[in-house]
Design a protein around this ligand. Structure first.
Ligand SMILES: Nc1ncnc2c1ncn2[C@@H]1O[C@H](COP(=O)(O)OP(=O)(O)O)[C@@H](O)[C@H]1O
Ligand SMILES: [Mg+2]
Length: 225
């Protein structure tokens, strides 16, 4: 995915300024920056939830994402798996039901759901908990379920907005290792975080934002603003 000279505003408040970034296939990039620096807004622009005031966001097929609608937009959204800090799972359903429900809503046939759910649950190492209720899981387990759900459409891009914000360091690293494996398998991984320890341990590309501007972009890097 690419952002080219992207400027985004809420009303007359500009929160992203002339951002140009390329996230090639298989890339693993951290998006760092203090609270209010524009990380979430950048993610919303990537997933076509926000339309830039100027500049363009293009997907892997060079399509301008803000120009998509209807079926094309739905297809684009399925090509991106998003994970949030608060998991956004249905607490009174089981692990299996959470993932199956997301597939039902997307119109998959039961036969496909039956085979795909255990696949994604094993990809994140949580198949043994498939009949557990979300309420009974640890934070690390719940986030793995959320990652499994993000994988149902076999997306090209995985995006996390502070996905380890509620996790202890050990569980946070486990989630990062899952993202790392997905990037090795060719998926583009973009993770917004202000967890300096994790970023320093992973030694990946780090894009730093300050007041809506990209102030640095370096490979095999650490957390510095
Ligand atoms: N819905 C909104 N309306 C107006 N301003 C917003 C809205 N959402 C975010 N902002 C502002 O945009 C700026 C960037 O926010 P955000 O992208 O959420 O930053 P981050 O995720 O890095 O904390 C902040 O100043 C924030 O207050
Ligand atoms: Mg944010």
């Amino acid at each position: 995915m690419k952002l080219q000279n992207v400027t985004v505003a809420y009303g007359n408040k500009t929160v992203l300024r002339d951002v140009t970034l390329d996230f090639p296939k298989g890339d693993f990039a951290f998006l760092i920056g203090g609270s209010g620096s524009g990380k979430t807004t950048l993610i919303k622009s990537l997933i076509a939830e926000m339309v830039p005031k100027s500049g363009t966001v293009t997907d892997h097929s060079w399509r301008v994402v803000s120009g998509l609608s209807g079926k094309e937009l739905a297809k684009f959204r399925r090509s991106i798996g998003v994970v949030f800090q608060d998991y956004k799972l249905l607490p009174s359903k089981t692990v299996r039901e959470n993932v199956a429900f997301a597939m039902e809503v997307s119109g998959y046939p039961d036969s496909k759901i039956l085979t795909r759910v255990p696949e994604v649950l094993s990809q994140v190492g949580i198949l043994s908990k498939k009949e557990s209720f979300i309420d009974a899981l640890s934070g690390g387990e719940a986030q793995r379920v959320a990652v499994a759900r993000a994988l149902i459409h076999d997306p090209e891009v995985i995006i996390g907005d502070e996905p380890t914000g509620n996790l202890d360091p050990e569980n946070a690293m486990e989630i990062m290792r899952i993202f790392e494996r997905l990037a090795h398998a060719g998926k583009t991984v973009i993770i917004a975080t202000h967890d300096d320890k994790i970023v320093n341990r992973m030694k990946k590309r780090v894009v730093a934002l300050k007041d809506g501007r990209v102030v640095s972009d370096s490979k095999n890097s650490g957390y510095s603003l």
